[in-house]
Design a protein around this ligand. Sequence first.
Ligand code: ATP
Ligand code: RIB
Length: 307
Amino acid sequence: MNTVTVIGSINLDRTIRVHQMPKPGETIHTKEIFSAGGGKGANQAVAAKRSQAKTHFIGAVGDDDAGKAMLDLLAQEEITLDGITTLKNESTGQAYVTVDDAGENQIMIHGGANMAFTSEDVEAHRDLIEASDFLVAQFESTVASTVTAFKIAQAAGVKTILNPAPAMSKVPAELLAVTDMIVPNETETQTLTGIEITDEASMIKASAALHALGIAAVIITIGSKGAFYDVDGRHGIIPAFKVDAVDTTSAGDTFIGAMSSVLDQDFSNLEDAIRYGNRASSIAVQRFGAQPSIPYKNEITAAEGEK
Ligand code: ATP
Ligand code: RIB
């Protein structure tokens, strides 16, 4: 069983379901409104834990009702909460998610406490990082805190996985230098490398650019097409499972959390781990919401037996 520590964001997601996205200036009726646990960091931790990884979280919430609710949700998952700081005078992160009938989403986030926790907060929980197999981070918290965490991880032989989302054009070289694996989607890959992802040849070119930055393992998630990987001279596309997607919110988070729960530290079983991540996220996209959609290991393995 892997131990996975996630450093990153915790959001209260407020989701609005609509038939079609409103055009600028347009007012439309919604189909449904609901609130649920979200945030790329928390989603990835929930995905890892539901796939039975021992899971620690490092991050922050505000001293408010949303923060208490989000901590309760993570406690129910039995994720280690010792690394979560409650910050006075900060609000808990929030995301405003709109999902249309095609399952596509638009998301606006308010970082709040996610953007206020510091490298000192990370240092205070270095024991959690050092006791892990993998450390996973995204871009919904400060880059400085992630750099500190990744340096602690690498010094302790813990593999670092960066999900560069939401896309950021100027990623500090200092962070990439301590990243063992990077997992962008197609848009994030283009933002990072300047290479448009159109086919496998463009993925090979983009991953070569990422390897040149010192990153050993590259996975590019390509939505309903699956995931491309390039590690140790092996590369290819592992296709996604064919399902009817209703809401792709947290598809990428589910993929990363689930995959990191079964991945070997030397990446030797990467193909199998990607297949497992694809299966996990194919279940998530058939359900609404971020954390409510993330499957448990028994659901993923049962689905594996189907086809
Ligand atoms: P999000 O931001 O919506 O969480 P993402 O853009 O980070 O997602 P994607 O590349 O869209 O990530 O999807 C991640 C993984 O989820 C894919 O590699 C694939 O395994 C699975 N997936 C996404 N969309 C679908 C779909 N329509 N059908 C089946 N699997 C899907
Ligand atoms: O990746 C999905 C997540 O992005 C949502 O849960 C939302 O909180 C935003 O952070």
